[in-house]
Design a protein around this ligand. Structure first.
Ligand SMILES: [Zn+2]
Ligand SMILES: [Zn+2]
Length: 407
């Protein structure tokens, strides 16, 4: 485009500001040059590149902008594996305190998962507090609502909890490169988005039927709830994650006694951990899930559980009565006797198969058995031998009581 034409079309040519949204820059450009809508640029310039060339933006100046350009120029080419669907295209979010300091829109505010201002540690806004309307992204004056209220002058929202702020900062830092949250493995921005949108849907009282299908991520309420829940789970790791697993397990067991499979009991969360978030970068979730099973899953874990790590299968402390008897070379009735005498912890449970084949026990070593409960040393020694065979070398540590007199 000829220089004279540019001068007449865009006489005022502001430069991009670090981190500014592409759309926000176009709004600013349109506003200072007297345009009513950024759509008019679509008619004047054939592409975003064409506009940048016309403005004489250097590569460095273009690189400070972040986010997709308007769809009238076709699909945007985004860095870091981001997709256009990760951004808000219709509604604006903003921090009034930031707008007061400098009238420009940050590109990070356009990310659907972005809910917190990293400079002021407050929730972003999406509605005018005077008239309650959302602020559309296709208007030109992003500082004033249609009702006349100044979006910079409204009161900022309250401060966010430290854990939410910390997670939000970590996510924003991953715009530039992989970033880690409190000792977790570093993740890229698309990985963070995936983790938050899947894991954030699970609470102790509510689990999604179809995880990952979130209809209203462009709304602040939805996105902030996901961010809040993920930060809660990651912040007190792994206590809160274990509490979630325990709640799901309790709920499944109360609903149907026939839910004896791990996959059925943990339902959609199991699917999320082993399918939706199956990438190696999310292994820390599966590790903690399998650690939980080691402690709290009353059933057996065996080679049929192919998704689990081999160590999880090998180290699981529970075996069936039949397996235990075989391992110790004694009759199942002897093992059952141990269970009745409370020397070995045994859970009696019923499976669909067991309804046909009789009842089934699951066994694990008890930790606090006193040898004093045995009537004589010889008898205790014989029991110890069988127990070692049943429960492995841990028996020595767990089963000998200091007050027994046999240590
Ligand atoms: Zn701010
Ligand atoms: Zn308003």
């Amino acid at each position: 485009m000829a220089t004279e034409k540019i001068h007449s079309t865009l006489p005022v040519r502001p430069r991009p500001i670090q981190g500014e949204a592409v759309v926000g820059y176009l709004m600013r450009l349109a506003g200072v040059n007297g345009y009513n809508s950024i759509r008019q640029f679509g008619k004047i310039f054939g592409s975003f590149d064409g506009l940048c060339q016309a403005l004489g933006l250097t590569t460095e100046e273009r690189q400070v902008l972040f986010g997709p350009y308007p769809s009238f120029w076709g699909p945007s080419v985004l860095s870091n594996g981001l997709m256009a669907a990760d951004f808000n295209h219709s509604q604006l979010r903003w921090c009034p305190l930031c707008l007061r300091e400098s009238a420009h829109l940050l590109g990070s505010w356009l990310l659907k998962i972005s809910c917190v201002c990293k400079r002021h540690a407050t929730w972003l806004q999406e509605k005018c507090p005077d008239c309650g309307s959302f602020q559309r992204l296709d208007k030109v004056n992003f500082e004033i609502c249609g009702c006349g209220a100044s979006l910079a002058e409204i009161r900022a929202a309250g401060p966010v909890a430290d854990s939410v702020y910390h997670l939000s900062q970590t996510v924003e830092a991953s715009i530039i490169g992989n970033s880690a949250f409190s000792g977790f493995p570093p993740l890229s921005l698309p990985e963070w988005l995936k983790l938050i949108s899947y894991l954030g849907q699970f609470t102790e009282t509510c689990q999604p039927r179809k995880p990952g299908k979130i209809a209203n991520m462009h709304q602040l309420d939805t996105a902030s709830a996901l961010l809040l829940q993920t930060s809660c789970l990651l912040d007190s790791w792994p206590e809160n994650f274990h509490a979630l697993l325990a709640a799901i397990q309790r709920q499944a067991e109360s609903e149907a006694k026939t839910k004896t499979r791990i996959r059925d009991t943990f339902g959609t969360l199991y699917h999320v951990l082993y399918t939706d978030l199956s990438a190696p970068c999310f292994q820390f979730l599966r590790d903690e899930f399998e650690r939980y099973l080691h402690e709290h899953w009353w059933g057996v874990v065996n080679k049929r559980h192919r998704a689990f790590k081999p160590e999880t299968v090998a180290q699981h402390p529970r075996v069936t009565l039949k397996q235990a008897a075989k391992k110790a070379g004694v009759a199942p009735s002897t093992v059952r006797h141990f269970v009745r005498a409370e020397v070995i912890a045994g859970n009696l449970y019923t499976t669909m198969a067991a309804q046909k084949n009789g009842l089934r026990y699951c066994l694990s070593p008890r930790k606090n058995i006193s040898a004093a409960s045995f009537m004589c040393y010889a008898r205790w020694k014989r029991y110890m031998k069988i127990l070692r065979l049943l429960c492995g070398p841990r028996v020595n540590k767990w089963m000998l009581s200091r007050c027994s007199g046999y240590c």
